[in-house]
Design a protein around this ligand. Structure first.
Ligand code: ADP
Ligand code: ZN
Ligand code: ZN
Length: 656
């Protein structure tokens, strides 16, 4: 029983260097351990603190040490405290910010008014069609499962990649691996990209494991979320299904972490700490001697290269994947290719379902003046404004700025040109092409649905409709599984290729392959891909359902260009009111980085965002830990120098 608790106060100040020592009064000694949460006096405030260590004595004299005011009933598991410490270092953040990730939901807020709400019952999400408990596994599934069961029984931690198309029976494997984990007396975490887009997998876990499952999703109130956390912490629930943050579920002992759709970009957290839940899951699984199981139809090259693979080559029901035709749009007028229009008309006539994907919101990309050429751009960011016609506004997709649609240009001209098409325009064009208002259309993008609840509702309406078209941004190609879609269409498939990003090929491939996986589940089907780059490698491989070929080519390309997994990228952004300040800070960081085995690119300008000029440095390093340490130190030094006051810094390890 220790007399001193080392406590990290939950404050966001970067300058503070904890932990701080507190004297434990007799009555607290027994119950307090690493991971305990205490309310402590701190300066003139009372703050929540997390115990990160215990000691017999302190360097500070006993009478000067303060005592905690009280201890909260439930703390966090010890392994999560260590994980938070690792995250703080790995992603150049602070220990308090990293600890905030692993604390019970709303912990800091519940400090004052600690009234417990009676939790509402979680409304059950729709369940997949088949109660699959008694399925006879295919030979491939059985082989994969046997391997996983061996890995679960082994004393050392392990990783596996389950590579199989949509419908190949991956979820069935996750369910059985989870059952085996529970039989061993251990718990499991099942991570999915977004609950709203993946209700079926959640439904199947609840159906199979009942109250043993805790579901974490954004539609829960703070009280409900805390209740799910408490059920896991107390051991009442032993399986946690949820998005990215589920990696911090308080499960002890942990035996399995499943990461479904492991290629999905939502696993990367965009706030500080900018952690990647896949990397964190690997770390946690390793520390807990648990099995990490990644699953995807389109795994990342990084996982393909590093993780032993289990292959499910075909659909579980034995049906083939739909044929994919690439339609060359060079020289074609904007809009639908004649073959696409024909296929949609067929779907309408036969009363079937189609999914149409266009990865761009709004009506048109940008607006310009036909007479002087002026382009309407955001006053706060250097990007073009996007036209949203039904609302009659121009909107910035980066900062949210909106303004009225102009009637004329400042030069006096009233003829304005609209360039490019977005989902809003597409809906209009489709209605025209299907020349009837009677065919149901469901548009899914950030303008038509806000929040997870509305997404789920819209998808359910499409699912329940006897016929219709689901159209929208990449959301339409994710997770959800409709048995009766006979046509998939990707418009402007090369749009994602035009992003200046080394993952552009990977994203394009995944988008097409993911959509193809959702078509023709009930039998016949076809996929049409409209593009002005029909020969692009990603499009060609996707059209042949050749993920092996795509992955090996992509790895070769990455090796030649020294991109991940052959290097680690760190991105440092300096933002300031004017360019010289931002640039000076970036140059100062660059000058301070003594990295033997790394390549530093920049400073280079990023477009102005929210009135801030931005300069970016990108480091390609071989030795990840050394690079992160060195960069962290350089940023710290520059950030605390007076010359660079007013500059804000963000460090992104493994940027997406
Ligand atoms: P994935 O997760 O790879 O998309 P699922 O596990 O959801 O695949 O399986 C797709 C469909 O096939 C589900 O309806 C599931 O019940 C069914 N299924 C899975 N395994 C089998 C099997 N061995 N035999 C018959 N049907 C299966
Ligand atoms: Zn003009
Ligand atoms: Zn803006």
């Amino acid at each position: 029983m220790s007399a001193i608790a080392k406590v990290e106060p939950m404050t966001t100040a970067r300058a503070l260097r904890g932990p701080f020592d507190y004297r434990l009064p007799e009555d607290l000694r027994e119950g307090v351990d690493v991971g305990s949460m205490l309310v402590v006096p701190f300066g003139r405030r009372e703050v929540l603190g997390v115990v990160v260590g215990l000691a017999e004595s302190s360097e500070i004299s006993e009478e000067r040490l303060l005592a905690p005011l009280r201890a909260l009933e439930l703390g966090v598991p010890v392994d999560l405290v260590a994980l938070a410490e690792w995250i703080a270092a790995e992603y150049c953040s602070t220990i308090a910010r990293a600890l905030a990730l692993v604390l019970p939901p709303g912990a800091a807020r519940r400090l004052s008014g600690r009234k417990r709400r009676t939790p509402k019952r979680t409304d059950h999400l729709p369940v997949g069609a088949v109660a699959s408990g008694s399925l006879q596994l295919t030979a491939e599934q059985q082989a994969a499962l046997d391997d996983l069961l061996d890995a679960l029984r082994a004393p050392a931690p392990a990783q596996r990649l389950l590579h199989g198309v949509t419908g190949s029976g991956k979820t069935e494997i996750y369910l059985r691996a989870t059952a085996a984990t529970l039989e061993q007396g251990r718990g499991a975490i099942v991570m999915v990209p977004e609950i709203a887009l993946t209700p079926q997998i959640v439904g199947r876990f609840i159906e199979r494991f009942g109250d043993t499952v805790a579901v974490m999703h954004s539609r829960l109130s703070a009280g409900e979320r805390y209740e799910q956390w408490r059920r896991l912490r107390s051991g009442e629930a032993r399986v946690c299904v949820g998005p990215r943050s589920a990696v911090f579920a308080p499960i002890e002992p942990l035996g399995l972490i499943v990461l479904d759709e492991e290629h999905d970009a939502s696993y990367k957290h965009e706030g500080d700490p900018r952690y990647d839940a896949r990397t964190v899951a690997a770390r946690r699984a390793h520390d807990c001697k648990a099995l990490l199981l990644l699953g995807s139809a389109t795994p990342r090259p990084e996982s393909h290269q590093a993780v032993p693979r289990l292959r499910l080559p075909g659909r579980a029901d034995g049906r083939p994947l739909p044929p994919v035709s690439v339609l060359d749009m060079c020289g074609q007028p904007q809009g639908l290719h004649p073959q696409t229009a024909q296929a949609l008309a067929d779907v309408r006539r036969s009363g079937r379902k189609a999914i149409v994907l266009l990865n761009r919101r709004g009506w048109s990309n940008f607006l310009s003046c036909r007479s002087c050429g002026a382009v309407w751009s955001c006053p706060h960011c250097d990007v073009a404004l996007v036209l949203h016609r039904s609302q009659g506004v121009l909107a910035c997709h980066h900062c949210g700025h909106r303004e009225q649609l102009p009637e004329r240009c400042t030069c006096g001209s009233g003829t304005l040109a609209r360039h490019g098409a977005g989902t809003e325009r597409l809906e209009h064009d489709l209605a025209a092409a299907l020349d009837d208002g009677g065919f149901p259309m469901f548009r899914l993008d950030a303008d038509t649905v806000s929040g997870a609840g509305e997404v789920a509702t819209l998808l359910r309406r499409f699912q329940d409709a006897p016929a219709g078209v689901l159209l929208g941004t990449q959301m339409v190609a994710k997770g959800h599984d409709f048995p009766d879609v006979t046509l998939g269409v990707v418009l402007d498939a090369d749009a994602t290729l035009r992003f200046p990003d080394f993952r552009a090929e990977e994203r394009t491939f995944a988008l097409i392959a993911q959509l193809a996986g959702r078509v023709g589940r009930g039998g016949e089907g076809q996929v049409l891909v409209q593009t002005i780059a029909p020969q692009a490698r990603s499009i060609q491989h996707a059209a042949r359902h050749d993920s092996e070929g795509f992955l090996s080519g992509e790895l070769e390309r990455r090796q030649a260009l020294r991109y991940p997994p052959y290097s680690h990228l760190v991105r440092i952004v300096c933002a300031a009111a004017d360019t010289p300040r931002a640039r000076a800070a970036a140059s100062a960081i660059r000058a301070r980085m003594q990295l033997a085995d790394a390549e530093v690119l920049g400073p280079a300008a990023l477009f102005r965002l929210r009135e801030r000029e931005r300069q970016v440095l990108v480091v390609k390093a071989t030795e990840r830990a050394a690079a992160v340490r060195c960069i962290g130190a350089a940023v710290q030094q520059v950030a605390s120098a007076r010359t660079h006051a007013g500059v804000s810094f963000s460090v992104d390890v493994d940027p997406q």
